[in-house]
Ligand binder design. Structure first.
Ligand SMILES: *Cc1c(COP(=O)(O)O)cnc(C)c1O
Length: 388
């Protein structure tokens, strides 16, 4: 095992966050107490959304959105193969079919022109193993705000409007990011955030859904709570539901983290700036591209790309051996074994996604990295590239 000099990512926790958890465990109310609604309110305050529903993971949040949008067996949903698998898995949970379209080579976000073409000519975009007679209607678009940068939501919403589609924005990597001055997560009908320890804020595990749709919000609150509708007693269940509740320790910690979101984001932006200043001078290394409509990136991870002549996997091995943890980002979803098998995908099906997947490498990143640590990472990258 390599002894790493610097962690891949670190949560940005302080004494107030730790004290919040201790205060909860000194009470008997470890679930369904006052902290869950308090945590939810911070999301309504931040984004202006009418409803926020806290759940126990981002994946659970996306799944409830799929259910609330009425997406079911055989339904088609346009989404991206350049993402974390959860954004497609939530369709598969319901036997719906993710329809992949390729991404913008600069940002890795859905290419809106391909989204428009797919919505018009959906039969050309069906996976190999899906016969048109088994496919139901195109129902929704699920864009992902990749690496903390919103997708081109105006263009995507225009396609959705033209074709009568629901929009679920996966903002699990983009809490606090802004698109043309508007919060990520508010740009579709539903937005979802996630709080695994490598995200901008963490609750250990957790997620939040935001929406302005009253009926959907009531349904999702019932579905996260074993299907109990308002008025149901503890052992009365109107729906077949899930246990997707967040616990009070997580909600309390999330509430204190949210009160510092501005500070947490400013620190991440500063670290990204340190990286940019150093890495933009290294030949063969491409730094992240920020779109003009991204009025704020929330810097989820720092992913660099290497020129084609540099073998990413070999460089990754050398960096790892020198104590710098790195991670290929992302392995395309359509090539994940279970998806490739179910839908008959092959290498070459989504060339931009595959190219980004082959050349991209996430390097150590968090808001608590020091400038010296950034220097250390960049110096080792520079040396290894010069020796390549
Ligand atoms: C983190 C993440 C999720 C949700 O992850 P959980 O671990 O379930 O909280 C969903 N989509 C994307 C793109 C993510 O990065």
């Amino acid at each position: 095992m390599t002894q790493y000099k610097i962690p891949m990512s670190s949560p940005d926790l302080n004494d107030a966050d730790r004290q919040a958890v201790i205060d909860v465990i000194n009470t008997p109310n470890l679930s369904m107490g006052k902290w869950t609604p308090a945590f939810e309110k911070t999301f309504c305050d931040l984004t202006g959304a009418k409803h926020a529903i806290a759940v126990n993971s981002g994946t659970a949040g996306l799944h409830l959105c799929v259910r609330a949008a009425g997406i079911g067996a055989g339904d088609l949903v346009i989404t991206t193969p350049f993402s974390f698998v959860a954004s497609s898995n939530v369709m598969l949970f319901e036997n719906a079919i993710p329809i992949f379209v390729d991404v913008d080579p600069r940002t890795g976000n859905l290419d809106p022109e391909l989204v428009a073409d797919a919505a018009k000519n959906i039969e050309n975009y069906l996976p190999r193993t899906v016969e048109p007679k088994h496919a139901s209607a195109l129902r929704a678009i699920l864009p992902v705000d990749v690496f903390g940068q919103p997708a081109d939501m105006d263009a995507i919403n225009a396609v959705a409007k033209e074709h009568g589609l629901r929009v679920i924005e996966d903002s699990c990597e983009a809490l606090g990011a802004m698109y043309k001055g508007k919060h990520a997560g508010t740009l579709g009908e539903f937005g979802v955030f996630a709080f695994y320890p490598n995200k901008q804020i963490t609750t250990g595990e957790g997620g939040v859904i935001i929406t302005n749709n009253d009926e959907a919000a009531h349904f999702m609150r019932a579905m996260r709570n074993q299907g109990r509708a308002p008025g149901d007693t503890w052992l009365q269940h109107t729906h077949l539901g899930y246990n997707y509740r967040i616990d009070e320790m997580s909600a309390a910690m999330g509430t204190t983290q949210m009160s510092r979101l501005g500070e947490i984001m400013a620190k991440r932006e500063q670290v990204a700036g340190w990286y940019e200043a150093r890495l933009s001078e290294i030949e063969g290394v491409e730094i992240p591209f920020v779109e003009s409509f991204t009025t704020k990136s929330s810097w989820f991870v720092y992913v660099i790309r290497f020129d084609k002549k540099i073998n990413r996997d070999e460089i990754a091995k050398r960096l790892d051996a020198r104590g710098i943890p790195v991670r290929p980002y992302f392995l395309p979803i359509h090539l994940q074994p279970y998806i490739a098998k179910q839908f008959g995908y092959k290498e070459g099906d989504f060339p931009v996604t595959e190219d980004l997947g082959k050349r991209g490498l996430a390097i150590p990143f968090s808001g608590i990295m020091t400038e010296e640590q950034v220097d250390q990472v960049c110096n080792i990258i520079r040396e290894e590239i010069m020796n390549f």
